[in-house]
Design a protein around this ligand. Sequence first.
Ligand SMILES: [Zn+2]
Length: 269
Amino acid sequence: MPELPEMETYRMLLTKLVVGKPITDVRVGRPKSINVLPDRFHGELVGRTIMEIQRRAKYLIFRLDSGSSLLLHLMLGGWMHFGTEADKPDRNTQVEIDFGAGTLYFIGLRLGFLHLLTEPQLSERLGELGPEPLALDFSEATFRERLQSKKGALKPLLTNQQWIAGIGNCYSDEICFEAGLLPTHNSGEIGPDVASALFRSMRTVLQRAIHKGGYMENPLYCGDGLTGGYNDAYLVYDRGGEACYRCGHSIVSDHLSSRKVFYCSNCQR
Ligand SMILES: [Zn+2]
């Protein structure tokens, strides 16, 4: 499932491709992927312009000049392509939005969704999310306080969207490795110095992943050289049995709270 760096990469690239361009047509192939009747969805979007694309946690918010917004969550299996009928991937699409000559295709939107929401509806939907890990006003001191108020294994805490937003299965493992902590480490026992190191590791890993374009497998558009660059840069995630880059020991692949987890038993304590 795409996490913060993947959605941030989409946000940056889509901003250049679609912001400020009028929506010329909309096709809904799977009404379950949206939250209103397709006719209304069409009527409220065609002729409108996306003024800005924001990201919150693993969501993208397309802000329309009507005051409404489209809220996108790709969940498991969702991805996007921007281009033309000629270069469109040979896959079913659930929603297609035309911006003149270019079309934004939503693919694999089965568990995921694209919902048309008013401002109050949007606020309600996003209301329970925890702080953004990269927000400038999210301080190390706040992170330490939040960490010390919780007891339990570190990985489930990092992936808890109410505790901190945007981190999932991959980057929680990467952050634990960067910080030298086991994913099973009890968060309530982490002292101030280690908490500071964990905070810095979290920011380092997420910023590095954004810089490399995240791990989505498919490029957003033909010639996109950014998306997916992190696929070759995993520290431990999806590297079970391979050598640790730091010490050479074999990376452990295991399960924790019914999710896959990867770590180095030699480097992480
Ligand atoms: Zn190691």
